[in-house]
Design a protein around this ligand. Structure first.
Ligand SMILES: NC(=O)c1ccc[n+]([C@@H]2O[C@H](COP(=O)([O-])OP(=O)(O)OC[C@H]3O[C@@H](n4cnc5c(N)ncnc54)[C@H](O)[C@@H]3O)[C@@H](O)[C@H]2O)c1
Length: 362
């Protein structure tokens, strides 16, 4: 495939280096420009990476740019994505798609009306270890899936993020921040969810940033959630910033009638896939895809979809379903009832094996 798709980044903060690198790992992507509210930051990133530094309005008005990668903070996702769609651009947003389900629906409706595509992080489910897990599941290596667990528990991102305030404001919290990795990974493996229930709480009313300033906590920081999949599988998720003392929980496991998969970190930091089949020993599974795949693969997959007309995998429909699942967890807690979901989605197609380097379609 010779055609390249021009890409512009909006928001060049902490996560942007991963995309600057990741977008250059695939020949189909041509990253040309970046923008940020902070023009000095945009200029510095542009100079370091051979890009054009533009204002947001200039970037959206550039007719050559086809995909806007929205790396702003969660509370700005909907506004930037809607502006990009209004400018006729395809959008790939960092997670979550939006901070409310209603805003997520608005984005998808606007994109459908404008005839443009929406993609959304996380794309970690396309990494080698998760596609390998998907192959093992589809090959029947654990039999019929019956249950799953996902645990993301810690003391909060103020331990490492230089500007952690947004994690404690509406749109933040462990579910909207880390839940997308776990829930997207599970939907990729198990298909759509039908019903959600849960309990949420916040153990600490304030947090201290590394520079010493105090952050008022405005969102739940502990979620205990049950997901009932359309297939009948039941998953238990705990997402928490309220557990500073450490733990001994697995990150994710998938339990089947004939075996268990100890799944890799859905955030992409531990690529081990382990298979347990009842004899006690965990069998490490070789990865069947390139271990070099990283963030940005979802943008490349979107570009292939645009060029060839095929569906893209880290899609807006998947992200909207995941957003509804995550927001339903708190709604269930506040209302004291199970929440039956309005949305559903297809399981994204598994990636082909033996792809040529720097490509995603054979
Ligand atoms: N930091 C991480 O390790 C990490 C990992 C995965 C995903 N993410 C996601 O990436 C997104 C960004 O996170 P981050 O950690 O890079 O945040 P950040 O605060 O470091 O950077 C966000 C950038 O967006 C800019 N921005 C904010 N609103 C804007 C607007 N309306 N128009 C233009 N620019 C705007 C800010 O000036 C800033 O430079 C979030 O959705 C987050 O969930 C972050």
């Amino acid at each position: 495939m010779d055609r390249r798709v021009k890409v512009g980044l909006i928001g060049v903060g902490n996560i942007s280096p991963a995309y600057l690198k990741g977008c250059r790992a695939f020949d189909i992507l041509d990253l040309t420009a970046c923008a940020d509210l902070n023009m000095a930051r945009a200029a510095a990133v542009a100079a370091e990476n051979g890009l054009q530094a533009l204002t947001v309005a200039e970037l959206l008005a550039d007719p050559a740019i086809e995909i806007i990668v929205n790396l702003t903070i969660p509370a700005a996702h909907a506004d930037i994505s809607l502006r990009a769609i209004a400018a006729g651009k395809h959008v790939y947003s960092e997670k979550p798609l939006a901070i409310t389900f209603a805003d997520g629906q608005r984005i998808m409706q606007a994109a459908a009306a404008a005839g443009v595509r929406v993609g959304c992080a996380p794309d970690t489910f396309l990494f080698a270890e998760h596609q390998t897990s998907r192959k093992l599941l589809d090959e029947g290596r654990i039999g019929t899936p019956v249950a799953a667990t996902g645990f993301m528990v810690g003391g909060g991102h103020e331990s490492w993020h230089p500007a952690p305030d947004f994690y404690y404001q509406p749109g933040g919290g462990p579910m909207l921040d880390m839940g997308p990795y776990y829930v997207t990974c599970l939907v990729n493996l198990l298909g759509p969810v039908q019903r959600v229930s849960g309990a949420v709480g916040a153990a600490f009313p304030q947090r201290q940033a590394q520079d010493g300033h105090m952050i008022a906590v405005k969102v739940p920081t502990h979620y205990a959630t049950t997901l009932e999949f359309a297939s009948g599988v039941i998953a238990t998720l705990i997402m928490s910033f309220d557990i500073p003392g450490g733990h001994r929980l697995p990150q994710m496991e998938l339990y089947g009638s004939a075996g268990t998969l100890n799944l890799p970190d859905p955030n992409g930091y531990r690529p081990d896939v382990l298979l347990l089949t009842g004899d006690g020993a965990a069998q490490p599974q070789p990865l069947r895809y390139p271990a070099t795949w990283a963030r940005g693969i979802g943008v490349a997959d979107l570009a292939y979809g645009i060029v060839s007309g095929r569906p893209h995998r880290a899609s807006g429909a998947l992200a909207l379903h995941v957003l509804e699942i995550m927001t339903a967890a708190a709604e269930s807690s506040y209302s004291g009832r199970h929440i039956t979901l309005q949305t559903t989605c297809e399981r994204p197609a598994a990636l082909p094996l033996d792809l040529p380097p720097r490509t995603l379609d054979s």
